[in-house]
Structure formats: C-alpha cells, structure tokens
Design a protein around this ligand. Structure first.
Ligand SMILES: [Zn+2]
Length: 320
C-alpha cells in the first residue's frame, strides 16, 4: 500500500517536471484552433480533440528518444548576456560557431521550431491530413515551451538556488488552479508571421528575461511565508500529492502580476499564428478535401504506445 502511495506521489511529481504541464499544453493547442480563419477551421475544428491530445506527445517522447530532450529548451544564460546576437544564427552557421554537440547540450528549441514549421508547411503542400495534424500538434508544443521562462534558463527547476519544484509550480500548479476559472483566452485572430525565425527569438528572449523574476520573486516569497503553509497535500488525478498550497500559489501569481496568464495567452496566439503561417506559405491549399481523408489507426496506436512508455519510465525514475 505504502509502495503504491509512493508511486502515485512520484508519478505526479515527475509529471510536473514537463514543459508547461500537460494541462496547459492541451489547453494551448485547443484554444489556438479558435483563432484560425474559417478556411483552416475546416480541418482544424473537426480535429480539435486530436490536436489537444497530441499536444503532449513530444514530452512523452523525451523518455524514449535521447535526441528529443534538447528540442524543448535553451539555456540562454550559458551564452552570456543579452542581446545574444552572436547566437541568433541559422542552424548551419550556429553549428559552425558553437559545434552541434554544444548546441544540443544547452538546448535547441528556437531552431527546432523552424524545423517543425518546415515540416508543417511541407505537409500542407502534400495535402496529407495525418502529417498536417501531427506536425501542427507538435509544433504547438515547442512554440508553447519556448514561452516558458524557465525553459530559457539553465536553472530550470531552481536546482541552483534551492528552489526545486518551481518549474512545475509556475507552469502546472498555477495554470491548473486558475486558468479555467479565472483567465481569459480571447486573444484575437492568428496573424501571419513574416520572419518566423526572428519572431521565435523574440519570445525566447522574453522568456529568458523573465526567468530572473520567476526565481527571485519565489525566493523572496518563500523567505517570508510560513514554512508549514507553503505546501499542502491534495488529491490530484487520484493520488495524494504534495503541492504548493493554494494560498501560496495565489500570492505568487499576484506578485508575478499576471505573468503566467500572459505567457499562456501569448502561447495560444503564437501557436495559431505559426499554423497559419505554414498554411499561407504552402499556398493556402483548400483544406475541405483534406479534412475528408480518413485518419490512420496506426497514428492513434503510436500515441497509446508513447503514453504507456512515458508512464512506465517516470514510475521507474526518481525525482530530483
Ligand atoms: Zn516540452
């Protein structure tokens, strides 16, 4: 019984170490669909459940494929201080300057978004429904990750400053507590992005600039908050879980002055805009006949396999 209980705790603890929590990734892809023009809605609206569910696939894959991890973050502080002009280079030139091994070691999310945007554009050109939806769902994941401040900073879980757990606190606990009840996701329409690479770097740099605030404000708050009121035990997904307490989370969110909601809204708008940009760059193909293509059983099976592997691998891991 005790073992089962611990497994439940471990499961939740590790699940929260993913980029935006699974809850937020699903929410972002889902809400992004409503920002699209009617021509794109023809395909994306009937597929909204698929896009929602598949939003978390890249995180599930991290436990199976070593190359997957670096696609979700970049440790910008490793490269010195802003404006990072020496780093903001097309992938081949960045590899020449820093070596691919070194880039991979410190995260490659800005370049990987370009790769995924290319995949989605090609899928639109090919008129392949399955490929479009898969690439769109996964592109949404990486664009959303790049909006998370702690994904642009080497102190990604507060491990260098004694703040372990802050990653899941910011990106899972706070959205799960507040998003559906209190936040607003009317973020206008998707916009065409003229220069996606520059645009990506803009929000990556914003994330990096916010990371200090995310860490410093939590450190300040924890210093004045009674230690026994910082955490609480709650049932979450059927398991008793040690979480940051509701009052502590609310206070931290107030101090951040809406940052988590703002980054979530910006993620939604960016995801829809990257989807739109790929479709426009592919020549705005008519999506009505593409939407009528049957979906593949093999694809849903792949999702099940990844989900199972993810569950097994995190149960077997210890939490840092
Ligand atoms: Zn991720």
């Amino acid at each position: 019984m005790k073992k089962l209980f611990l497994m439940g705790v471990v499961l939740i603890c590790c699940a929260e170490a993913n980029a935006w929590g699974f809850f937020a990734h699903r929410l972002i892809n889902r809400q992004a669909v409503f920002l699209l023009p009617p021509e794109m809605m023809r395909l994306f609206k009937p597929s909204i459940d698929y896009l929602t569910e598949q939003a978390t696939v890249p995180d599930s894959r991290r436990y199976m494929i070593p190359a997957e991890g670096p696609r979700h973050f970049i440790d910008l502080d490793h490269y010195g201080r802003p404006p990072y002009n020496h780093l903001i280079l097309p992938w081949p030139r960045a590899c020449e300057r820093f070596s691919e091994d070194s880039l991979q070691a410190h995260g490659i999310v800005p370049w990987w978004i370009q790769t995924m945007l290319g995949r989605l554009t090609r899928a639109f050109c090919d008129g392949n429904k399955q490929a479009i939806l898969k690439a769109a769902a996964e592109l949404g994941h990486y664009v959303a990750d790049a909006h998370v401040p702690l994904h642009a900073c080497s102190n990604h879980n507060g491990q260098k400053t004694g703040q372990q757990g802050i990653h899941g606190f910011w990106e899972s606990r706070i959205p799960e507590l507040l998003a559906e009840a209190e936040w607003d996701f009317f973020v206008g329409k998707a916009s065409y992005i003229m220069d996606p690479f520059t645009h990506t770097w803009k929000f990556v740099l914003e994330s990096a600039a916010a990371a200090d605030t995310v860490l410093a404000e939590e450190a300040r708050l924890s210093a004045i908050w009674p230690a026994n009121a910082r955490y609480a035990w709650e049932i979450r997904n059927g398991a008793l879980t040690r979480q940051y307490s509701r009052s502590y989370a609310r206070r931290y969110n107030e101090i951040l002055d809406g940052m988590v909601e703002r980054r979530l809204r910006e993620s939604i708008h960016a995801v829809a805009s990257y989807w739109l940009t790929a479709w426009v760059n592919a020549g705005q193909p008519d999506l009505a006949p593409i939407a009528a293509q049957p979906t593949s059983e093999a694809e849903s099976r792949e999702f099940e396999i990844l989900s199972e592997a993810w569950k097994k691998s995190i149960i077997g891991k210890s939490c840092e």
